[in-house]
Design a protein around this ligand. Structure first.
Ligand SMILES: O=C(O)CCC(=O)C(=O)O
Ligand SMILES: [Fe+2]
Length: 268
């Protein structure tokens, strides 16, 4: 019984913020593992990179489309990580079978979005390289009006991303918040955090961290206090405060389960 209870609560100590289905695990992998992953990712053939308008990505596990996943086995260097994620979190119904690797230069981000319906509603994001701030915004039907980014890149995405544009009265329990994603950390979110909020990363080199729910877990050396040299960010975000400055590239591994899979195109 003890083991079952420990299993049930294995992520409780990693909850950050007020949404109980969002977990932040610092130091999920070692420095050595980070280095190995980065080397392997950058050793992939150039053709493996898909260029988007504002970043590039590698798609592993097969092609996701409406009818599910045209599955390809994940390579061992990825299953080593995805198996650890499944085992440590206990939040995935079956083996993680899809990994999207996104690369972000310091001035690149991803518009606020909800992940496509082909995925099981649990996602684990492993971060490598530069720290970054991920913003969670309640769907406009639930909270304050959702910020939209004009350049809709969803047509370039390998999976469906749903945009929510309708406005509504803010509900108190749905407030925007942010999470600082340090290198080697794992962010997991599911249920409410997955379906009632959009998630995104601003395309700015300087990112305010005042709304971040995990500041206390981030080394003080990572952030600075607002100063006159950061006028651009103040202009962009409308206020001054604590911020991080992205100086290097960030790589993220978005690990998910696509429940419907097909091995052969002709059997769909
Ligand atoms: O890079 C990230 O941290 C987020 C990526 C993401 O949200 C996605 O691929 O759907
Ligand atoms: Fe996403």
């Amino acid at each position: 019984m003890e083991a079952a209870e420990a299993g049930k609560n294995q992520l409780d100590s990693f909850i950050v913020g007020s949404v109980p289905t969002l977990f932040y695990i610092p130091d999920f992998i070692t420095n050595k593992e980070e280095e190995l992953l980065l080397n392997t990712i950058y050793n992939a053939p150039m053709s493996k990179w898909k260029l988007l308008k504002n970043r590039r990505l590698q798609n592993w596990g097969g092609v996701v489309h409406e009818k599910g996943l045209l599955a390809q086995d994940l390579p061992p260097w990825l299953t080593k990580i995805t198996e650890r994620i499944s085992e440590k979190s206990g939040l995935f119904p079956s083996a993680i079978n899809h990994v999207l690797i996104n690369e972000y230069l310091p001035n690149q981000g991803i518009m606020p979005h909800q992940d496509g319906s082909a995925y099981y509603p649990s996602v684990a994001i492993l971060s490598l390289g530069s720290p970054v701030v991920m913003d969670f915004t309640p769907h406009s039907s639930l909270g304050s009006r959702t910020e939209m980014i004009e350049n809709n890149e969803s047509s370039n995405m390998p999976h469906e991303e749903l945009m929510q544009m309708n406005s509504g009265e803010p509900l108190k329990e749905y407030q925007p918040f942010s999470v600082i994603l340090m290198s080697r950390s794992l962010l997991i979110f599911k249920d409410k955090a997955y379906s009632d909020y959009l998630h995104g990363i601003k395309d700015s080199e300087v990112q305010l961290i005042d709304k971040s729910v995990n500041i206390s877990q981030v080394p003080g050396a990572v952030w600075s206090e607002g100063g006159s040299e950061d006028k651009d960010d103040v202009k962009q975000n409308g206020k001054e405060g604590k911020y991080i400055r992205r100086t290097v590239t960030r790589i993220s591994l978005t690990c998910r389960v696509v429940t419907k899979t097909h091995k052969n195109l002709f059997k769909i």
